[in-house]
Ligand binder design. Structure first.
Ligand code: NAP
Ligand code: MG
Length: 504
């Protein structure tokens, strides 16, 4: 296996080489099982475009088998009725520990599959996934109902919070394990039985950790992984009458299909979608910190983040100064294969298709009069086989152009000047999205004013990108429905039952 990777790569761990050596099958009812059609698809290394592994291509019959397994585990109570809340906590905690024990392996899998630097996967994605599970491991014993002081004196009324049931979790490729964990950790803590459909580009880590769930003590059928294409495996879950809820992260376009596909049994749907986050730098900010922070606000994870600060608004009096700081910081970013022995800051974008999409936006912007400050090209030389895009800063962009309105989901920022606070509030909010927004200022009053005025689910002030398991996260407008993380995610994965008892 190892010899098909470039010599510049770190050595594959034996567990990784073994895992990739054979076709990797869906995990259903506590074991890896062959797909019913016998079909597979390939997952590729975006740093080279080369084959990585063969994956079971799940279709309707496989989805039926996964739903049946999850249904049985849920309806027969293996997870949330027969097992105590305390024991469920321990399973989730043990899964977090096992992810830490296997962290080097999982980091290699995510780095190979997504292209992100190995050290990023190892120090950010994998530990954050474990942290998420540690946080939600505390929840099963704390999900409570309430007693309600109803009017009739001979009535006692209380509520129970119960799991929704069988939940399909459809996740994207940008943080392969982490985005799946954002969903399955609270869903499991709330007592649901789950089926994860990882993105076709990055199925490896979810499939690998599936077997750890058995070691952690999860009963069969509680945690299933159904790899495949969105239109096949994903759509089969969305339309399935045996599925009670879909949790989805991805594009607004697919979200619309999911809402339409869910109508048959009116299943619950929660959506965490894209963004075009405004990042506003005021002249009174610490401009050096703002320039560095704004660089990582957009280029972190190669711009492939739903919270990427892709609309950078800079107060006109400091426009040149901040732009210069941004340019200097951007030119220091090192881009290369995620699995290289050499340490890079960023890897490739996810796929050839996505590279073309990103470059299409850049080319359209340039044709409409935008000007490149740095970047603007696909990378060549040693990197020509992979999907590498130079971190790109564009100026002379008008608010109404597509590059300033649509989610590029790549390393491209539009830097635009502004003059007044009220003007920038209006321009920042003039978007279909509302996931995140940020600002840089030393003026506390201005900071609070904008924190209230900006229509987005997360506001960052003099910082960017912070998320934590305990703090709610989600979108206004077309950035989604519902809030993940924190207590809010427990609400998202539970139903409330009201119980009335006549006492005399
Ligand atoms: P996507 O198509 O929305 O994919 C997200 C997930 O949905 C994947 O698991 C995908 O499977 C699945 N899916 C696709 N079509 C489906 C369907 N008809 N029914 C059920 N599930 C379906 O996103 P993408 O193709 O990876 O990226 C496209 C754009 O989405 C990006 O450029 C970006 O703008 C946005 N995006 C946003 C986020 C975010 O964090 N908000 C994350 C990723 C992408 P397949 O992998 O097989 O398509
Ligand atoms: Mg897709």
């Amino acid at each position: 296996m190892v010899d098909k990777f470039p010599e510049t790569y770190v050595s594959l761990l034996p567990e990784v080489a073994d895992f990739l050596a054979k076709p990797i099958m869906p995990y259903i009812n506590g074991e890896y099982v062959a797909t019913l059609s016998g079909q597979t698809f390939d997952t590729l290394d975006p740093s080279t475009g080369r084959y990585l592994a063969s994956i079971g291509r799940c279709m309707l019959d496989d989805a039926n088998a996964a739903v049946q397994a999850a249904r049985r585990a849920f309806d027969e109570g293996d997870w949330w009725q027969k097992m105590s809340a305390a024991d469920r906590s321990k399973c989730i905690w043990r899964l977090a520990e096992l992810i830490e024990v296997h962290a080097d392996i999982i980091a290699q899998l995510d780095s190979l599959d997504n292209g992100k630097p190995l050290h990023t996967a190892r120090t950010v994605d994998v530990p954050l996934s474990a942290d998420h599970l540690y946080y939600y491991a505390g929840w099963p014993t704390k999900i409570e109902g309430s007693t309600i002081p109803v009017s009739p004196q001979n009535m006692f009324n209380y509520t129970l919070r119960e799991p929704v049931g069988v939940v399909g979790l459809i996740s994207p490729w940008n943080y392969p394990l982490l985005m799946a964990t954002w969903k399955f950790a609270p869903a499991l803590a709330a007592g649901n039985c789950i089926i994860v459909k990882p993105a076709e580009q990055t199925p490896l880590s979810a499939l690998y950790i599936a077997k750890l769930t058995a070691e952690a003590g999860f009963p069969p059928g509680v945690f299933n992984v159904l790899p495949g294409y969105g239109e096949e495996a994903g759509a089969a879950l969305v339309t399935h009458d045996g599925v009670d809820k879909i949790g989805f992260t991805g594009s607004t376009e697919v979200a619309q299909k999911i809402v339409q596909g869910s109508v048959g049994n009116l299943k619950r749907v929660s959506l965490e979608l894209g963004g075009k986050a405004p990042n506003i730098v005021f002249a009174d900010a610490d401009l050096e910190a703002a320039a560095i922070g704004s660089t990582w606000a957009i280029f972190g994870n190669n711009g492939q983040s739903c919270t990427a600060g892709s609309r950078l608004y800079i107060e006109r009096s400091v426009f040149e100064q901040v732009l210069d700081g941004l340019e200097q910081a951007t030119k220091r970013i090192k881009v290369g294969p995620g699995m290289s022995q050499e340490k890079y800051n960023l890897g490739p974008v996810i796929s050839d298709e996505h590279l073309k999409r990103v470059m299409g936006y850049v080319d359209e912007g340039l044709a409409q009069g935008a000007q490149v400050i740095t970047g603007g090209q696909r990378m060549s030389g040693d990197l020509k086989e992979g999907y590498f895009v130079e971190p790109t800063i564009l100026i002379n962009v008008a608010d109404q152009q597509r590059i300033a309105r649509e989610e590029i989901f790549g390393p491209v920022v539009c830097a635009m000047p502004f003059d007044h606070v009220n003007e920038i509030i209006q321009r920042a909010n003039d978007t279909d999205f509302g996931l995140a927004a940020g600002l840089w200022t030393k003026d506390l009053s201005k900071a609070h004013k904008l924190a209230k005025a900006l229509r987005a689910g997360t506001i960052w002030i003099n910082t960017w990108g912070n998320t934590e398991a305990s703090s709610p996260f989600g979108g206004y407008k077309q950035s989604g429905y519902g809030r993940e993380m924190g207590k809010e995610a427990i609400d998202l994965y539970t139903e409330v039952k009201s119980v009335w008892i006549k006492t005399d």
